[in-house]
Design a protein around this ligand. Structure first.
Ligand SMILES: [Cu+2]
Length: 460
């Protein structure tokens, strides 16, 4: 499970739920957040650092310290107000600003807040930056300091240097920064990208002992999305570095596996019964009262949802024929699948898949067609869990569905997810074997149609 409404019941006010999980296949930088309704807009998120086991080499020296930077757009309104907007058919409008670790960087009288981070001259620090916001891509940069990229979404990367990084909603990047400038205070700056609203927030990074204020001149954010696409192209998997396992990342040759299925998800939006909805192909997901995974586990899916209502490819999106229904597709266990994310709209998109990391092998403007496969990076695309799709563009991802479960694929643009642009991928191991999937934990919360039902035979 990934804690989303399709896999487990809500944890009611005053109640609690303990979830045990094994941190196994991914090292690096992640974050958690509440996934019901628009709760994410009220905060409740935090970072997760998954460290390599001591035996497994990391492709850089241990940093002097390890800092977390959670950046995101922020709405000053309550999450219940935002839910009300969306339920009544309106959009979310503009966020109120951008936060860095919960702060705007300035006090009410316009002075800089206390430094967020301290560096000692000459030392190198790891900064893990995640975009925890609701909808806005952000550009992140340091005044006067380069960033050496070392990790994205739990994969080690080729260590290129960057002056600034575009970080889209749901993504995490780790960089190394060396305090190699004249001792003093410096700003980090975070600016909105690809949006009509323009916000920049700052935070102070101080060299230990400094009392010289930062220069007011901020490095500018880049303009346009061609820059951003080129930056994405520069990200490469570090083929010789280890990830979670002792063998190098590059020993998994994703480029030589045969694709057995192509799923093309085209996004759209439309008004249905006077209310705005968002779609994958012709389906806008609605959440049933019984979590999909529980319905499948207890074998009562017929009362809750229909598998495979959505087609793999829908070339003519006639949204008048669109449907609101739980969107669950099946994928055969251990097959290697190509998923095309086609953004037919004018706004920026990011998509996240639970339970897996995947290889984003290609991106480009316009509509996807099979000949675009000639442009794929079949060698060293960075394996990750959240990928952007530029306006009017496509992104292709490849992955092996080797993790049995019910996994959410969603727009990380939170109003779009809330209004239906998400689906679940059911990956069933026919063996019903503990080799492939655990039994439901005994403390699992039950709700909807599965309350009081006898437990199905255990996996063995
Ligand atoms: Cu997830």
């Amino acid at each position: 499970m990934d804690g989303v409404p399709g896999t487990n019941c809500p944890i009611l006010p005053g109640a609690n739920f303990t979830y045990h999980f094994q941190v196994k296949d991914q090292i690096g930088s992640f974050f958690y957040y509440p996934s019901l309704g628009m709760h994410k807009a009220a905060g409740g998120f935090g970072s997760l650092r998954v460290n390599s086991r001591l035996l497994i080499p990391v492709p850089f020296d241990p940093p002097a310290d390890d800092y977390t930077v959670l950046i995101g757009d922020w709405y000053a309104k309550n999450h219940t107000t935002l839910t009300h907007y969306l339920d009544s058919g309106r959009g979310l409008h503009h966020p109120s600003g951008v936060l860095i670790n919960g702060k705007t960087g300035k006090t009410l009288d316009g002075k800089d807040e206390e430094p967020l981070f301290i560096m000692e001259s000459g030392k190198t620090y790891r900064y893990r930056i995640c975009n925890v916001g609701l909808k806005t891509s952000l550009n992140f940069r340091f005044q006067s300091h380069h960033m050496k990229l070392v990790e994205i979404d739990g994969s080690h990367t080729v260590q290129n240097e960057y002056i600034s990084l575009d970080i889209h909603v749901g993504q995490c990047y780790s960089v190394l920064v060396t305090a190699d400038q004249t001792p003093g205070d410096y700003y980090i700056a975070v600016s909105t990208r690809f949006s009509r609203y323009k916000y920049t927030s700052t935070g102070v990074v101080r060299y230990a002992g400094s009392n010289s204020p930062p220069s007011p001149a901020l490095p500018p954010a880049p303009v346009g999305w061609a820059w951003s696409l080129n930056q994405w192209r520069s990200f490469r998997w570090n083929l010789t570095a280890s990830a979670a396992r002792p063998n190098p990342q590059g020993s998994y040759h994703y480029g030589s596996i045969n694709i057995t299925r192509t799923i093309k998800l085209t996004t759209s939006s439309n008004t249905i019964d006077d209310k705005l909805r968002y779609f994958f192909n012709k389906v806008s997901h609605v959440e049933p009262d019984t979590p999909l995974k529980l319905a499948a586990y207890f074998n009562v899916t017929d009362d809750v949802f229909t598998y495979n209502y959505m087609k793999d490819v829908e070339d003519h999106i006639d949204v008048s024929a669109a449907k609101l229904t739980p969107n669950v597709i099946t994928v055969e266990f251990r097959t290697f699948v190509e998923i095309i994310l086609e953004n037919s709209e004018k706004s920026m998109q990011t998509f996240h898949l639970d339970g897996y990391s995947f290889f984003p092998v290609g991106m480009g403007p316009g509509r996807w067609s099979p000949d675009k496969r000639k442009t794929y990076n079949m060698l060293d695309a960075v394996s990750r869990h959240a990928i952007q799709v530029y306006p009017g563009s496509w992104t292709a991802i490849l992955l092996t569905f080797d993790n049995a479960g019910m996994w959410n694929l969603r727009s990380e643009i939170w109003e779009r997810r809330y209004l239906g642009q998400q689906l679940y991928i059911s990956v069933i191991s026919p063996a019903r074997s503990l080799r492939d999937e655990y039994n439901m934990p005994p403390n699992e919360l039950l709700c909807g149609k599965v309350v009081g039902l006898p437990l199905p035979p255990a996996y063995t």
